[in-house]
Structures are given as structure tokens and as C-alpha cells.
Design a protein around this ligand. Structure first.
Ligand SMILES: [Zn+2]
Length: 351
């Protein structure tokens, strides 16, 4: 992927190019995006630029052997890590990213703006949570200790480091702190507060901004699973809930809880929870006087402004914790009506 083909975030692209041009390539970078905003597209364009044998005008050539390998995501020195679980698309008992790499390539080549839910669908683990287990760290360490096949940079594009446990992070830490020469880690996160501090503190952070409405439409046109309808449906449900809470109308709030429980599958219920947690993060960031990081779309500014001014300081944090508990319980087959009513009750009490 060339920078010219990346939708949105021209400033981030420019910063990456000048970093590469000046030779100040950070060996560990954490790109923070809202789910589905194209950090992967930027990461791919950046690595392609670094390894291009004929870069010009601030972009890769798109034609040299390295660029051609990058276009198919088969560059031998570029590795991908993403959360996985057991599923019907692999016979591996302890799957790693390698078990699903073909599906990853297919999705990321066609549509680098995919969401977490798109990836789960693509690798066939919709009803489970993706995790990054310690076997993944071992794979990466052994691959990075090999000599680079080509002359350029070795890169690890690490999607959602927040899904790795302490053991995995411990294994990786030394490699992230002192990587072999010309080796870079690009972490893409949706929840920077959940990235283990030991990793976070070693990274240069980059904020990838949400796409504008027009950019999002262009990106979405590439989406093999169009979910704009779902976004609107979730946003409506979330704003109904917030309006009920702010009006201190418990009955109306509980009705929203019933609608959440009535979403057609456990997968959708979890997707809604992820969506609601993202919205809570936007409220939190705005309360912290970081509206530029909150990434609120223009058409939603008014809604968030009202909510932000009327929620307590600890509301978002408590709500996110409660929402995450619900996600874990959905996986355990707990009755969803009880779960969501309980969730609404807890959120109602913490506002
Ligand atoms: Zn090239």
C-alpha cells in the first residue's frame, strides 16, 4: 500500500514520511486509533516506504520487488500478530496468527480499514474473544533473530497489543526494548489504557484520527462486510440509553437494556458492548480536556457535549469496567436479559 492510497490522516502520513527520511525511525511505535480508522493502512504504507528500493516524492514506488511483496502482504521480513482463538478455520489446537495468516492477508489487502469484529468474522471466531498468547511471542522472537531476507527493515505489525497477557508481554519486552538492528515494532491499539505499561512506555505514540464522514464513506465502500447500518443502530441505542440516564428515567433505561439483550446474536451483543465502551472513552477523553484525542464526528458533537457536561468524573471508568464484565459473562452463556438489565442498573447508579 502506498501513502497515496491511504484514506484520511494526511498529517500522520506526513509525519511518518519525515521520520523515515530523517533516519529517526522509532523502533517501537504505538498507533492509537478508534476501531476501523485505518491505522493498519498507515502502518503498511510506512513499512512499504521504509523498504522501497526507489522511493520518491514522499511515497513508495509501488513497483519494486519489495513494494510488490508488500502489496500482497507476503514480504518475508514483515510479520503480523493479531488476536486469535480456536475455531473452525484452523486445526491448530493452540493457534497463533500464523494459523490464520491467509485469512488475515485476504482481509487486510482488500480492506485495511477493517474493525475487530470484521477480523473475527474473517478468521471464523465470531463467538469467542481473540487473545495473543505466549506462543506468539516465541514465534516473533525466533523470526526476528533470523537474518533479514532483504536489505531493508524487519517489521512486526502488532494488531491490538491490549489482547496480550503479562506473560506474552514479558517475553517480548526485551525484544521491544532492544530490537536487533533495523527492526521495528508497530503496535496498533484501540484501548491504549489497557496496553501493559511496560510495553506502552517503550513506544513512541501516534494518534490516528477518526475518519471524516466523507473519508469513512470511501473506506466503507471497500468493506466486504458493510456495517454502516449497524453503526447507526448502535448509536441510536446508545444515545437512547444516555438520554434515559440523564433524565433519571430508570424504566426507559431498562427498556434499552432489553433491546440490547434482544440483539440477534451473542456476537452482536458483544459488538454493541465494544461500541458502547468506545463511546464511553470518547466521553472520558473529552472530560479530560482532550477532545482532539476523543475523535468525535461532527454530527455527534452536540450529543457528546450534552453528555459530557452532565456525567460525573468517575462515570465512564466505572461504566467501561461494567461493560467489560458483561462481555466476559456473554461468553459464559449467562442469560442476556438479566445481564443487560443488571448492566443498565449499575450504569444508572454510577452516573
Ligand atoms: Zn518500491
Amino acid at each position: 500500500m502506498r501513502f497515496a492510497d491511504v484514506i484520511g490522516n494526511a498529517d500522520v502520513a506526513k509525519a511518518l514520511v519525515s521520520m523515515a527520511d530523517s533516519g529517526r525511525v522509532a523502533h517501537a511505535m504505538l498507533m492509537y486509533e478508534n476501531d476501523g480508522c485505518g491505522a493498519l493502512a498507515l502502518a503498511l504504507a510506512y513499512v512499504q516506504y521504509l523498504n522501497c528500493s526507489n522511493p520518491h516524492d514522499g511515497d513508495s514506488c509501488g513497483e519494486c520487488p519489495s513494494c510488490r511483496q508488500m502489496a500482497k502482504l507476503i514480504h518475508p521480513d514483515v510479520h503480523f500478530v493479531f488476536p486469535v482463538n480456536k475455531g473452525p478455520k484452523t486445526s491448530d489446537d493452540k493457534p497463533t496468527s500464523e494459523s490464520y495468516i491467509g485469512y488475515w492477508r485476504e482481509l487486510a489487502v482488500a480492506y485495511p480499514y477493517f474493525t475487530e469484529a470484521d477480523l473475527q468474522r474473517a478468521i471464523g471466531i465470531e463467538s469467542k474473544s481473540g487473545l495473543i498468547a505466549v506462543a506468539e511471542a516465541k514465534n516473533i522472537i525466533s523470526r526476528l533473530s533470523l537474518t533479514a531476507v532483504a536489505d531493508g527493515y524487519k517489521a512486526v505489525i502488532f494488531y491490538l497489543p491490549e489482547k496480550m497477557n503479562q506473560e506474552t508481554a514479558n517475553r517480548l519486552l526485551k525484544m521491544v526494548e532492544e530490537p536487533p538492528e533495523k527492526t521495528i515494532f508497530l503496535f496498533i491499539t484501540h484501548a491504549p489504557e489497557k496496553v501493559l505499561q511496560t510495553i506502552f512506555s517503550r513506544c513512541q505514540s501516534v494518534r490516528v484520527m477518526p475518519l471524516t464522514k466523507e473519508e469513512a464513506q470511501r473506506a466503507r465502500a471497500m468493506n466486504p462486510f458493510d456495517d454502516s447500518e449497524e453503526y447507526n443502530r448502535f448509536m441510536e441505542l446508545f444515545s437512547d440509553l444516555m438520554n434515559a440516564l440523564l433524565a433519571r428515567d430508570l424504566m426507559a433505561a431498562l427498556e434499552c437494556g432489553e433491546l440490547m439483550a434482544a440483539l440477534e446474536s451473542r456476537e452482536k451483543q458483544k459488538a454493541f458492548c465494544t461500541f458502547a465502551a468506545d463511546c464511553m472513552r470518547k466521553i472520558f477523553m473529552t472530560q479530560q480536556n482532550m477532545p482532539q484525542i476523543a475523535g468525535i464526528a461532527d454530527e455527534e458533537q452536540e450529543f457528546y457535549a450534552t453528555v459530557v457536561s452532565r456525567c460525573g468524573k468517575s462515570f465512564c471508568h466505572k461504566s467501561i469496567v461494567n461493560i467489560e464484565k458483561v462481555v466476559a459473562m456473554i461468553d459464559r452463556n449467562v442469560n442476556s436479559k438479566i445481564l443487560f438489565c443488571d448492566l443498565v442498573n449499575r450504569i444508572f447508579l454510577s452516573i
